[in-house]
Design a protein around this ligand. Sequence first.
Ligand SMILES: *Cc1c(COP(=O)(O)O)cnc(C)c1O
Length: 862
Amino acid sequence: MAAAEPKTDQERRKQISVRGIAQLGNVKSVQTTFNRHLHYTLVKDRNVATPRDYFFALAHTVRDHLVGRWIRSQQYYYDSDPKRVYYLSLEFYMGRSLSNTMINLGIQSECDEALYQLGLDIEELEEIEEDAGLGNGGLGRLAACFLDSMATLGLAAYGYGIRYDYGIFTQRFHNGWQVEDPDDWLRFGCPWEKARPEYCLPVNFYGKVIEEEGVKKWVDTQTVFAMPYDSPVPGYMNNTVNTLRLWSAKAPNQFNLEFFNNGQYIQAVCDSNLAENISRVLYPNDNFFSGKELRLKQEYFLVAASLQDIVRRFKSAKFGCRDVVRTSFTSFSSKVAIQLNDTHPSLAVPELMRILIDLEGIEFDEAFKITRETCAYTNHTILPEAMERWPVHLLERILPRHLSIIYEINAKFLDEVSKKWPEDVDKLRDMSLVEEDGEKRINMAYMCIVSCHAVNGVAAIHSNIIKSKTFKNFYEMFPDRFQNKTNGITPRRWLLMCNPSLSDIIIDKIGDGWVVSLDELRSLESFADKPNFLSAVRKVKQENKMKFAEYVKKEYGVAINVDSMFDVHVKRIHEYKRQLLNCLHMIVMFNRIKENPMRDFVPRTVFVGGKAAPGYHMAKLIIKLINNVSQVVNNDPIVGDKLKVLFIENYRVSLAEKVIPAADLSEQISTAGTEASGTGNMKFMLNGALTIGTLDGANVEMKEEMGDDNIFIFGMTVEQVADLWAKGYKPVEYYERLPELRKALDMINDGYFSPEEPGMFKDIFNSLVHDDRYALLADFESYIACQEKVSELYKNPELWTKKCVYNIAASGKFSSDRTISEYARDIWGVEPSDTKLPDPSQTPLHIGQDEELNEYLQSGGH
Ligand SMILES: *Cc1c(COP(=O)(O)O)cnc(C)c1O
């Protein structure tokens, strides 16, 4: 939320007015706490303090305000012993926390006013915070939105993940090529996390399985410790604060004892680093399985540490006012729900089985029933290259006991299969969790479907595809397990926080109930033909565009035309997302302007953003091509400011928060059937951009919500894509038949955009013209024609803005609050609660003077 220019007092007050006027006493209290932290925590005074010191002082001030609520919420869960929800994910793409925390606590205007009076610019300080980039893209950001919604809905929920030392790499361009720099996000420390070294848990690897008196034992293992770091997850204005617990790997001291004994001090220390490599870095692949040993260790590390914690918390229950130790696991699944964010944490299945069988002495079948009733699995993709299929030899070496449990699950399952389909060896082969063709592998998605009580897709179309194609056999076997849970986004971050001006004019018309019940935005439809409201919406968009243009000027030194259409395509770079189709459109526009410079042309600025996986050759080449096209287009005097192309470097959560509110057009152009849901699409819709998109993922449901006239749909349907391939798709025929397409592709191939190395992009040309797995050429004509309609509409600002309003008004369904309510009701069996927990302090901003708190602290806590 970077401000444009310093505002007058009056302007500032007006802008923050919708979120409450700051109370003078609270402002003073914030200043006192802020100064105390600057002095005692940062050990600085105002003469030597840097902006970063001020950021940390503010973050600690805000954190103080959380602590009472955090402790109370956890104590409340302990006392009331509700069913707990555990969201297990290898990724939590949290972004920044400062603004979001102030907003959710309702102390934004107080903090703003306090810093203003101290002569500090809060928005400048907010920019200093590092993104917590512990995710790749949509899957990781979904986990973050879900945490916000679970806390806001008052669920007793916990996020469990890994505290990577290095999050998603920082992207930099060198001669237009992507270069990856390590994301050292913890360099200055993270003000939100609390390390809990006293709660370290052991995680075992390697070793072997022996049998003693009929009991299996996993022995001779190597141990690594998992150290928890807890971060607060505040709900919106309800005094609930949940926990995100991230595990960091610690080498146990005895690990290298023999080296110490041999006097090899350096060697011993280095080897301890080896164990700690487990939580060193996030794998930078989106929708791709790379099958690396270290990644398998990460997945097990998360699961093993989290399940110990979950079982410990289950056991140490409270009945009435008595602390007891639960010994029976019959009630486990009525107290614990575990959600697996894709198959990445799917080792939770054999790990829970191992705990129940080997440690708790429960029979296999009973253990399997408990496990199934506890666990649920979310599928996020149908792309074959993304499916986790772990080689048996890796599991055998690293997790031998788990492999034997998976084999036993498989044997019992295949018994059932042969009962349902007697004599059908094909079914047995196709459905086996153990794939025998080529290198033996375990299909983790199959394991999840067999071992979980619920399996869900993330948009209606995606859930239908997994039932009818991807997991067809399994659907026939277990029809009741399959569900849909269409993804959502949190309206706190993705409207209230990132777009305060739009929030203000909406609140002005319909109040602020939409912040927690987004369906209320529907009532904006009645303002879609009010000229005053339309011009207010248009003015807000224009201001957001100007603000983003300033940012672009400052960061990249590029001047952009704020009266041009902002055409935005931001997401991970992947062939299925078809950034190349957009690139072909850029080249077509370029050629049309050059061929007919005097013809009427609706000016556009095309923004592309996104990271390529470092090992993904084609994705990196796509970035280079777009950067080269940008060079040519932006420096052509004939094109002028009719067309600009800008690849915005290092797309991440905090950049999404800047660019999305400034977008006129949102590009959601994946091949039908490839994007499971998308959530970027929803963020744009909520911020009043129009969408050009295919009938893929959640675009389908967005269209249903807003009506066909308010979205630009083009291209083949899922069925048409299937027909195309069935009839034998030959992309070269489109290349030969369509002159503009042919010209654009020839320019790419012949070095028009790479004169210093004409063959640079031949791989792109060949993959499109001779393979085209994602059928770009088949959708080309339809896409270009649709883009012409977009430009045509843009000439009519009234009608354009009216459709923007219909988009905003129809976005209620895509709140992650709705998504989480459905998970709670249909999968977890828990109730959202609208009871607001008591405010831990009578004077909201007065810290540590609370008698009840002191009493609680003396009683020991939990
Ligand atoms: C929302 C989001 C995504 C997901 O975008 P899609 O268009 O759904 O792929 C990826 N990255 C960031 C930083 C996001 O905020």
